[in-house]
Design a protein around this ligand. Structure first.
Ligand SMILES: [Zn+2]
Length: 267
């Protein structure tokens, strides 16, 4: 199982009203007209990315989504667990050089072995995953991965890729498309549009996460048994995720390769 980040926070009825979505973006919609071929180099990865939306716009979109998720998913009222999640989370954020930013780490009372992240540094972690993360190193493996999605600007990239293929945007021109933004945040199912992280992004988040774990002093080699345990306890995976998420064996081998190449092994 490798559903980390497959978590589409379920937004139940009443679904987002279009006017609410538009309101969410009012004020945040800046003009962006970039040549389709223009890419921005992400200093974190050195990889060129096609991104036509600002982090500020994505964070703005995520604010309302995050509020909605928190309203509809019960928090897990376990003070010790919440404190531990925040402590490990902030260590990882520090390892990523992002400790000066505001972060939210929230535990939700759900048996899912899953976690998710939204732009604006909002991380959701489910009880089911917490209960199997007996080691801080295991929890840090997940949190490093989630922080990696943030520093990798993956949601903005998803938005941009999708927006570039939507002719409607050519009409909208200077406005962020709220439907696509919700899809990029993982909240688009109710619009019939779902945008999972690509395999490349999942893989990149894994590697960035290992780097942050290592910088924070966690045992990166523990990522291997963690993903092994996730794979063993995963059960059936929804078919749509098979094609868009890394095969567990491939994932573990890639992680092992990175650890050894960095001299952190042998793993
Ligand atoms: Zn992910």
């Amino acid at each position: 199982m490798c559903e980390i980040c497959d978590a589409r926070p379920k937004i139940q009825s009443p679904v987002w009203q279009r006017r609410d979505l538009m309101r969410a973006f009012a004020g945040g919609a800046a003009a962006f007209v970039l040549p389709a071929c223009e890419t921005t180099t992400n200093p974190e990865t050195g990889r060129g990315q096609f991104i036509i939306v600002s982090d500020e716009q994505m964070s703005q979109a995520a604010l309302q989504a995050w509020a909605q998720v928190r309203q509809q998913t019960p928090a897990w009222n376990n003070r010790a667990a919440q404190d531990r999640l925040r402590r490990v989370g902030m260590r990882v954020a520090q390892g990523a050089g992002r400790a000066s930013q505001a972060w939210e780490f929230e535990l939700f009372d759900s048996p899912q072995k899953n976690a998710f992240v939204l732009p604006g540094n909002k991380v959701g972690f489910y009880r089911g995953l917490y209960e199997m993360s007996e080691r801080d190193d295991w929890m840090a493996t997940v949190l490093g991965h989630e922080v990696g999605h943030v520093t990798g600007r993956h949601a903005a990239e998803r938005y941009s890729r999708e927006a570039a293929t939507q002719t409607v945007l050519q009409v909208a021109g200077s406005q962020i498309n709220s439907q696509i933004a919700m899809a990029a945040l993982g909240l688009g199912a109710q619009f019939g549009l779902s945008l999972p992280f690509s395999r490349e992004q999942e893989s990149e988040a894994d590697i960035l996460g290992l780097n942050y774990m290592h910088a924070a002093g966690f045992d990166v080699k523990q990522a291997i048994p963690f993903w092994g345990a996730m794979s063993a306890g995963g059960g059936s995976r929804p078919p749509e995720f098979i094609s868009t998420h890394p095969d567990p064996t491939t994932r573990i081998e890639r992680i092992r390769g990175h650890i050894n190449s960095q001299g952190w092994g042998p793993a």
